[in-house]
Design a protein around this ligand. Sequence first.
Ligand SMILES: [Zn+2]
Length: 295
Amino acid sequence: MVAVLSKEVLPFKKEFPITDNHMHLDPRNGEGVEAVKKFMREGGRNIFLVNKLTKDLGLSGVSVDNFAKLYRETIKLAEQVSELGVRAFPVLGVHPAEFHFMAEHRGIEKARQIAEEALELAAKHVSEGEAVAIGEVGRPHYPVAKEIREACEALLCYAFELARDVDCAVQLHTESIDEAGLLTIAELADRARLPRERVVKHFSPPLIKRSKELGIMPSLIATKKNILAAIEQGTRFLMESDYIDDASRPGAVVSPRSVPKVTKQLFAEGRLSGEDIWRIHKDNVERTYRVLVEF
Ligand SMILES: [Zn+2]
């Protein structure tokens, strides 16, 4: 028993720069930094902290000012996380579900205006070094009316242009997507003249080979099944929990431990080598975001 523990836990914790590419924290409605402690105890070292929705802050009525508050809170939260010893990189943007909500309450035109300004503000935080990427932006994962989908896509293109201007990556949220969908995204990036390798497909299917050919960086939910399917095709991908930190939706929550846990399991089983882990959790991350991963 002791031998098993030391083999699985000890070398892993010391050596690897385990990175969760997409995590939300919600100190009001969820666990907040307590979730990060769980991640850390499991061997996690870095997270990309994506803002929640303005309503999660208890803000009613969507406005640019509410996004400003949401961003500031996310940046502050990242600082608190970093004090714990886990490096947190803020990712700021207008979630497509939030845009949908705004469009229904304020009308598409007004919603678009607010969302564009909110994205400009996100880009400003990036240019000032307070955030590392824009996201999550894109299209809702559930069916929406054609005009909402088109407005979301226009907003996505705008996010790509802003990311090009401030030289950062974009975390993309979409409906479930196939190879054709990935190609369309790559073409949208081309149109905005954003380098394709700056596009991170959050909640990506394990289409590692095709993503590599297209130049997009896939980020995969850390389930064993998903990662095993991915490594059949290579190691050019990121891993994420997509932890939503919402106590009222326990069924929707993947554990904040999932990225280190699954990595550790696959390492112990010999399915992922140390070299693979360095590539997934450090090299791919540093190349995509141009940040240095500390560990
Ligand atoms: Zn998310």
